[in-house]
Design a binder for this molecule. Structure first.
Ligand SMILES: Cc1cc2nc3c(=O)[nH]c(=O)nc-3n(C[C@H](O)[C@H](O)[C@H](O)COP(=O)(O)OP(=O)(O)OC[C@H]3O[C@@H](n4cnc5c(N)ncnc54)[C@H](O)[C@@H]3O)c2cc1C
Length: 291
């Protein structure tokens, strides 16, 4: 089923994002995490692609198992930069063969060591190129794209970034999953600006529970999201007074508060960046959608 067809106004949902564990030996523990989260009945579960060095095969194998063995609606992330269209189409064929019907179409980032001479392929430069390829070659697939409440770090301006998002939607994308943010005002402003441009698709807010100061500082430095100073001060105070466990408590409470406010204000659902951890996610979703 396409995810867009499962999003029903007034019926809020949670969805989960996983990443493929680095080593095959970690897969049994990973699928135990999935089993612990499945009773929360996510609308869908997505699996990252290529991020952190994981292989494309890993993404394909994991989404297939989420769908076939765990009964979850699965979405594979797919990046296009540096790829040949034929390569991408083979991945899409493989997804379709496994009964996976949703893709998050992304540009991705080239490794820093790539130079103009070693650039593998220039055929697919933007996520919009991938959206139009998927839409034309696999119309049976549902297509999500990334959106940036605080703008993509390379964007010329917030307005240009939003125009690029509109172009992605126009190429055939169904919905947006946002980059993480820690102040809901960024999401509300982003959606308002998008609506004023005529983008009326669902915007699913991405929420990351802070589970460690080190991890969050690394993630934020990579994706360009900001941490409100008051929240950072609270995390640092928790670290000083209670260490890692206290930081995690503050992080989870903040994520839950964000999720409650987002849903109460009409967000279609919340997408949780699980970091492949069950405990933190279970605390956030407990009672979140009511009974
Ligand atoms: C929800 C989510 C999931 C993600 N999952 C993964 C993953 O699994 N694997 C991974 O490697 N990365 C992942 N990423 C990171 C993503 O690959 C990077 O943020 C990447 O830098 C941009 O990808 P994009 O799809 O947003 O690119 P694009 O939409 O192509 O945008 C990239 C930049 O180019 C600009 N732009 C876009 N289109 C045009 C155009 N036509 N002309 C001029 N400028 C344009 C935009 O304004 C933006 O600044 C994810 C990000 C999010 C938010």
């Amino acid at each position: 089923m396409k995810i867009i067809d499962a999003i029903i106004p007034g019926k809020p949902f949670v969805s989960f994002e996983f990443f493929p564990p680095k080593e095959q030996t970690e897969w049994p523990a990973f699928f135990r995490t999935v089993e612990r989260l499945t009773p929360s009945r996510p609308l869908f579960a997505s699996v990252t692609y290529g991020a952190g060095g994981s292989s494309h095969r890993d993404t394909l194998d994991i989404v297939s198992r989420l769908k076939q063995e765990h009964g979850l609606e699965a979405m594979a992330h797919l990046t296009c930069i540096g790829s040949e269209p034929g390569q991408v189409e083979r991945f899409l064929d493989a997804l379709a063969n496994q009964g996976v019907t949703n893709v998050l179409a992304l540009r991705g980032d080239l490794p820093k060591e790539v130079t103009p001479e070693t650039y593998p392929s220039r055929n697919l430069q933007h996520a919009s190129d991938l959206v139009s390829l998927i839409h034309a070659s696999h119309p049976e697939l549902g297509i999500g794209v990334a959106g940036y409440p605080e703008s993509h770090p390379e964007a010329v301006s917030p307005a240009a970034d939003l125009e690029a998002l509109r172009f992605k939607m126009d190429q055939g994308a169904d919905f947006v999953v946002t980059q993480l943010f820690f102040d809901n005002a960024h999401y509300f402003n982003f959606v308002r600006r998008a609506r004023s441009l005529g983008i009326d698709s669902p915007f699913i807010p991405g929420i990351l529970p802070v589970v460690s100061l080190k991890v969050i500082n690394r993630i934020v430095s990579l994706c360009g999201a900001s941490i409100p100073p008051a929240f950072m001060a609270k995390l640092e105070e928790a670290d000083r007074s209670g260490g890692a466990a206290a930081v995690q408590r503050v992080g989870i409470a903040h994520a839950r508060q964000q999720a409650d406010e987002l849903l109460a204000s009409g967000a279609p659902g919340v997408h949780l960046y699980t970091l492949n951890r069950a405990d933190a996610v279970l605390e956030i979703v407990e009672g979140l959608l009511g009974s």
